[in-house]
Ligand binder design. Structure first.
Ligand SMILES: [Zn+2]
Ligand SMILES: [Zn+2]
Length: 451
């Protein structure tokens, strides 16, 4: 069996995938990745790899300013014709019907692939238009701000509600560090924030495997740990826009996408820290406010989750207390809380949670037994996977990124609600689910704050 955990990101793209001793065959439908200085010169190779000759290029004014002067000569010198659409705005685009409609109106049907020139929203929209048009998509990244490059879903807002649309991965990803290192500093910090999340992701993945029976792959975890180590050990060079550090971050973010694809879910890349961000985003949407960058929110979520783990380390599991919590558990009170936290999005969350019997006492009792029996092992996992709270703070401070929720204008009430509601968004076993199983989530949330 090939030990792919030793491979570089660009070596993980075998069409036949990798047979793994975890019992799965891991593969990702990406055909081309190039990361590094001058990577845009490989655009002709990328087009060849995905079987395309004429890209339909989508950008906005910011990403055009950032990358077009490097991309256009490569197209011209190689005689590549293209369609081109630029959003005439420096404002952040919303991933909604209007943005999608504007691309659709401009779409050139003589093109045989869609090329996103940009990150986040532009990439998400390009995946959808490519999917609808039945052509492959590729992305030339402009900022290492999030781990959605290699992702098979798009985060969209439809009729004001945030949804994930599964529409296929970009088949080629180009990340030119000469371009990316010049991205706004907040976007570089966001990329670091989304990488720091992987500490918690791997930790909670292992706990979920132990308590909840989730599938776990040590090789994928090893890949993520190695990448994370590289990023964290040089975080102090981020503020100087060191190209190697920026390259390591974008490599880690792309690898995260591949890891998620390899495992068939988001376990290798996100844990509770992402759920703080998910709740805040849903709240902002409900209130008609604009959210901060995903990775910036996730970074703050890391701070909060590490703080929570400081308390988890001190817990002595109490089976009686947990069983008493469950026997007192009032479904209608829980529904009222979910409606209060999530507003318009609550009904579908409640419906899904009920269908999945997420509050089922029998399943709870089973997990509780595992938690109590394996508490020492859980503490060991936490010690092995998470650096100390001080080390995390050190990394965040030296990079200059926001640390506490108040820096993003998020109140302590919203912090507590995000912790209370985190396990209600999706059926994913998080540290907050562990606390819920122990009958401690709501009382710990009551005493929690963002300081
Ligand atoms: Zn595996
Ligand atoms: Zn993320």
């Amino acid at each position: 069996m090939t030990d792919f955990s030793l491979f570089q990101t660009e070596e993980l793209l075998r069409p036949e995938g990798f047979e793994c001793d975890c019992g799965m065959r891991h593969s990702a439908p990406i055909k081309f990745i190039r990361i590094g200085s001058g990577a845009v010169k490989s655009i002709p190779d990328a087009l060849r790899a995905i079987g395309a000759t004429k890209p339909f290029i989508v950008c906005d004014q910011n990403t055009r300013d950032a990358a077009w002067s490097a991309v256009k000569p490569v197209l011209d010198d190689n005689g590549i014709s293209y369609g081109f659409f630029c959003f005439e705005t420096h404002e952040r685009l919303e991933p909604n019907e209007a943005t999608m409609g504007a691309i659709t109106f401009a779409y050139d049907k003589s093109c045989d692939c869609v090329m996103a020139l940009g990150s986040g929203v532009i990439n998400d929209n390009c995946k959808i238009i490519a999917h609808v048009a039945g052509v492959p998509s590729m992305v030339v990244g402009t900022a290492p701000s999030m781990d959605g490059y290699a992702s098979n879903s798009s985060c969209m807002i439809i009729r004001g509600v945030k949804v994930s649309l599964y529409d296929g991965m970009p088949e080629a990803i180009i990340a030119d560090t000469d371009i990316m290192k010049e991205a706004p500093m907040r976007m570089l910090q966001a990329g670091l924030g989304d990488m720091l999340a992987k500490y918690i992701a791997i930790c909670e993945w292992r706990i979920a495997a132990l308590v909840n029976g989730d599938h776990y792959c040590e090789k994928i975890a090893t890949l993520m740990r190695r990448s994370l180590k590289k990023v964290a050990s040089a975080a102090d060079k981020l503020s100087a826009r060191n190209p190697e550090v920026v390259g390591n971050i974008v490599d880690g973010l792309i690898l995260s996408g591949i890891a998620m694809c390899f495992n068939g879910n988001s376990r290798p890349a996100s844990g509770l820290e992402h759920y703080f961000s998910h709740v805040w985003e849903m709240q902002a949407l409900e209130r008609g406010q604009v959210s901060d960058l995903h990775g910036i929110q996730v970074g703050v979520g890391c701070y909060l989750t590490f703080k929570l783990y400081e308390s988890i380390r001190r817990i002595k599991p109490d089976r009686e207390k947990a069983l008493a919590f469950m026997s007192r558990f009032d479904e209608s009170e829980w529904e009222a809380q979910t409606r209060r936290i999530f507003g318009g999005a609550a009904e579908s969350l409640i419906e899904t949670a009920k269908a999945e019997r997420r509050n089922d006492p029998a399943a709870h009792a089973e997990r509780l037994n595992k938690i109590v029996d394996h508490w020492d092992e859980i503490l060991k996992i936490i010690d092995e996977e998470l650096p100390s709270f001080e080390d995390l703070l050190g990394i965040m401070q030296v990079s200059g990124m926001p640390i506490r929720p108040a820096e993003l204008g998020i109140s302590d009430d919203d912090v507590r609600d995000a912790l209370r509601g985190s396990r209600d968004i999706r059926n994913k076993y998080l540290s907050s689910t562990l606390l819920w199983d122990l009958g401690l989530l709501y009382e710990m949330a009551d005493g929690f704050d963002g300081q």
